[in-house]
Design a protein around this ligand. Structure first.
Ligand code: NDP
Length: 505
């Protein structure tokens, strides 16, 4: 797919030192090949290491959000299928997985990690086709991080006693895991790797729009020769997710998605003995002080909000700029925004791909309309969008006030709201003025200021002079309406263990 830009936007990225009207720069299309990828016409549920039809047999169609073309049909699970999957996971936990020594579980996890690396190109292409994210992100961020998670938790599988000294770590049993569509494979890895390392078995429900890499992962599970029932994957609508998490034979629930559904799940499992972690929405503040290196900050701001089309729970969607650098920063930001290439997710030069669904695109448009109606000033680069598919121009709002919906609500799209501040205390006050508390960013050259801000911000993760950095060793999670519990690192392991036994009680 070729994206034609108007002459005034034909500027090479300034970070490449090619800025200026004298350097018009065209990108030839550079689409990633898809001939090495095989997407089946239809996928059954993955239960007990077999792909099986749902009972009664029912399917729904999964599309490519960049073309609106169908990709495959997938099984629509019923309540009876949820029972089958949980039973398979329970039996695998009882008969094999919980009995294996940690070093044996580790071997399987290492094997999965290595297979994922070997098949990384295939996974990256399918992820981009199904989710709409640019191939350079699925190839260079998602899939490498997925493998890293399996390597990391493989390393812990035989060291649980060292991870939690004076305890007797025991697996919980069956984990029910419901994941969203913005990082389909990465969220799968965040959920499955620690669960398996800790000796649990899982039933995972991917989002209905993005199940394909989960089913590709099911193939890896078979290739790695995991005992049947250790990993089960079922597809179906939200109600099936609810059937799964409330199933009486489930011991642990892990959910990533919207705050609204997170609250419903919290209410539904309240009073049961299920362990619960919730990773929900966000409205992160990215705060730029006047002593920050501006060019570096610009790249961080761009990465913070336009990475993955802004469909990121920890996206830096509220930019706070110290008043004294407001004008130069906005000028640079607009210039940089105009260099972003929007279009075919499979093109290696694409920066901003397709929004995941028509519904999400409508939500982004509705919130952008509200920003205009409430009096904020909109800036969008003059790029052309493909005729088909769910695309949205990278968008910048200035003149935003704290009460605007675009400053309060999670947009989950490529839309940045810019606000200003004068003092660090004002920045803290405004940054914390949100029901969410997932992440934040601070840009300054002063170490002492970083420490002050990090401690004052009510956010689970705070990045300093960078943004959207992820590492399997580092815990991730929120405060307030962004959820509770941590994923990643040793904290993420603890969430899948019963630590009530031992001297440390
Ligand atoms: P949801 O929270 O509805 O979806 C996330 C996952 O939960 C999907 O697997 C979904 O299944 C499942 N689900 C939906 N309803 C239920 C339910 N009642 N019980 C159990 N599971 C359920 O997010 P949306 O896709 O509707 O997105 C809406 C908004 O949520 C976005 O605009 C964004 O603001 C936010 N969001 C935040 C995410 C984050 O990472 N924090 C991720 C995704 C969205 P199915 O796909 O079949 O509906």
């Amino acid at each position: 797919m070729t994206i034609t830009k108007k002459p005034e936007t034909r500027l090479a990225p300034n970070s490449w030192g090619l800025v200026g009207g004298d350097n018009p720069f065209e990108y030839a299309p550079a689409p990633e090949a898809t001939d090495h990828v095989r997407i089946e016409p239809e996928y059954g549920l993955f239960i007990g290491n077999e792909f099986v039809a749902s009972k009664p047999r029912k399917t729904f169609t999964v599309i490519n959000p960049a073309t609106e073309e169908p990709l495959a049909k997938v099984a629509h699970a019923s309540k009876a299928d949820v029972n089958r999957a949980v039973a398979a996971a329970r039996e695998a936990h009882r008969s094999s997985w919980s009995k294996l020594p940690g070093r044996e579980r580790a071997k399987y996890l290492y094997r999965i990690a290595r297979i994922l690396q070997e098949r990384s190109r295939e996974f990256a292409v399918v992820e981009s086709m199904n989710s709409g994210k640019p191939i350079k992100e699925s190839r260079d961020v998602d899939v490498p991080l997925v493998a890293a998670h399996f390597f990391y938790y493989a390393g812990w599988a035989d060291k649980l006693d060292y991870a939690f000294p004076n305890r007797e770590p025991r697996s919980l049993g069956v984990a029910a895991q419901v994941i969203p569509w913005n990082f389909p494979l990465l969220m799968l890895a965040w959920k499955i790797a620690p669960a398996l390392a800790a000796g649990n078995t899982v039933v995972l429900k991917p989002a209905s729009t993005t199940p394909l890499t989960a089913y590709l992962f099911a193939d890896v599970v078979r290739q790695a020769d995991l005992p049947p029932g250790v990993v089960n994957i079922i597809t179906g609508p939200g109600e099936i997710g609810m059937e799964l998490v409330t199933h009486p034979d489930v011991n642990k629930v892990a959910f990533t998605g919207s705050t609204a559904v997170g609250k419903m799940i919290a209410r539904a499992v309240a009073g049961s003995d299920k362990k619960l972690t919730l990773e929900l929405g966000g409205k992160a503040a990215n705060i730029v002080f006047d002593d920050a290196p501006l060019d570096q900050a610009i790249e961080g701001i761009i990465n913070g909000i336009y990475f993955n089309q802004g469909e990121v729970c920890c996206a830096g969607s509220r930019l706070f700029v110290q008043e004294s650098v407001y004008e130069p920063l906005i000028d640079k930001l607009k210039a940089r925004l105009s260099t972003l290439r929007v279009g075919d997710p499979l093109d290696k030069n694409t920066d901003v791909g397709a929004i995941n669904s028509a519904g999400q695109l409508a939500k982004v448009q509705e919130l952008v309309d509200s920003g205009i109606a409430e009096g904020a000033e909109i800036f969008q680069p003059d790029c052309e969008l493909p005729d088909r598919g769910f695309f949205f121009r990278p968008t910048l709002f200035t003149g935003v006030s704290q009460s605007h919906r675009i400053a309060q609500e999670e947009i989950f799209g490529p839309v940045l709201s810019v606000l200003t501040f004068r003092t660090p205390d004002e920045a803290i006050e405004k940054a914390n003025n949100t029901p969410y508390g997932l992440s934040a960013g601070v840009w300054t050259e002063k170490g002492s200021r970083i420490f002050k801000m990090v401690n004052a911000m009510r956010a689970g993760v705070v990045w300093a002079n960078t943004f959207n950095r992820f590492d399997p060793t580092s815990p991730f999670g929120g405060y307030k309406e962004s959820g509770y519990g941590r994923e990643g690192g040793i904290h993420g392991l603890g969430a899948y263990l019963d630590l009530s036994g031992g001297d440390g009680r």
